[in-house]
Design a protein around this ligand. Structure first.
Ligand code: BT5
Length: 327
């Protein structure tokens, strides 16, 4: 671990004496001082007190701020503004990087699936992982589902009840069952607060790199978003702590997809948070529309739909939640 990150970790537990930390880490006092200076330059205002260095009261939304207290070893690359965190993460991953999360306050050229525009003004949580997992390409959809679970959990921890719409949307403000028409007058399970775009490169038997990119409308006014979209701030009536939100998202994602042996936890976790299961849906796929009742999600992420003609499995497409009757 580098000295900067070790210092950040040590600061979580209270004042840190420079000489003691240097001794613990086996580095020079000058190296510790350099790490302190580099954190200060990033805006993480380490204070000097009588008994050593102390973390700032507000760690801030920045690389150091997010890494401060983070329980998983991702390295954060933070940008005030970037074209697309997915593009930047792809560049890093293609160059060999593993375990980096690119985070931006604002994106100027972000994308949804199929090259659709993704609106990403300042105030969101725009975050893309650059990872090189030891997994076959067939498992790639699981990373999208894991990112959706992690995002839903971070929303819930922030106090906003959120559910997942297959495969890649996180919704708020609707009923999960689709039957509570008072809470959910549209009958469609809520409005979109987050979306996920996963991109990858692989060989026949192994993923070379994969970039699950998460876009969450965190502290954004409804007027700045497409019609029908939701933001956490609008739901809560106050801004969310994006630093904590991002840390929860990273920790939950690692718990599900951080190592291959954890990945069998993804589907059960996804099912528990799904708003799609048990609903009438229409999925537009490249082979036409499939309409019926969504009954399950199967490895590695296919939606199982009971139609009038029998069971169909869809692997990709745009899913619309229909009203329980009609449509
Ligand atoms: C998605 O696509 O939902 C995936 C969005 C992924 C965005 C993240 S942000 C970090 C990373 N960097 C990137 O460049 N991308 C990722 P899809 O299911 O195709 O939905 C796209 C549609 O959602 C658009 O056509 C709009 O109708 C709508 N939309 C656009 N911006 C939105 C927003 N901020 N909130 C809700 N809906 C939005």
């Amino acid at each position: 671990m580098d000295t900067r990150r070790a210092l950040l970790d040590a600061l979580v537990d209270g004042p840190v004496s420079g000489p003691a930390l240097a001794e613990d880490l086996g580095v020079s006092r000058a190296a510790v001082w350099k790490a302190v200076e580099s954190l200060r330059e990033e805006g993480f205002a380490v204070e000097s007190a009588g008994d050593g260095y102390v973390a700032p009261e507000d760690p801030g939304y920045s690389a150091a701020g997010i890494e401060f207290g983070l329980d998983v070893p991702y390295v954060i690359e933070y940008h005030d503004r970037v074209s697309s965190t997915n593009d930047r993460a792809r560049e890093l991953a293609a160059g060999g990087a593993d375990g980096i999360a690119v985070v931006a306050d604002e994106q100027t050229g972000s994308r949804g699936r199929l090259d659709r525009e993704w609106v990403a003004p300042s105030g969101g949580v725009w975050l893309s992982f650059a990872i090189r997992p030891d997994a076959p390409p067939a498992r790639a959809p699981l990373f999208t589902l894991a990112a959706a679970v992690a995002t839903a959990d971070a929303c819930r921890e922030a106090g906003v009840d959120a559910h997942i719409k297959w495969p890649n949307d996180v919704l708020v403000g609707g009923s999960a069952s689709g039957t509570d028409t008072d809470a959910d007058p549209t009958g469609r399970g809520g409005r979109k607060v987050a979306g996920i775009l996963t991109e990858m490169e692989g060989e026949a038997d192994r993923i070379s790199w994969i970039v699950p990119g998460v876009g969450v409308n965190a502290n954004i006014d409804a007027e700045a978003l497409p019609a029908g979209a939701a933001s956490l701030q609008e739901e809560l009536g106050e801004p969310v702590d994006r630093r904590r939100f991002a840390a929860t998202l990273l920790e939950r994602f690692a718990a599900l997809a951080g190592t291959p042996d954890r990945m069998d936890r993804i589907l059960p976790a996804w099912r528990e948070r799904a708003s799609t299961l048990g609903r009438r849906v229409r999925v537009d796929t490249s082979n036409g529309a499939v309409t019926g009742t969504a009954v399950d999600v199967e490895p590695p992420g296919a939606l199982v739909i009971e139609t009038d003609e029998g069971i169909r499995r869809v692997h990709a497409g745009d899913c619309e939640h229909l009203r329980d009757t009609g449509d």
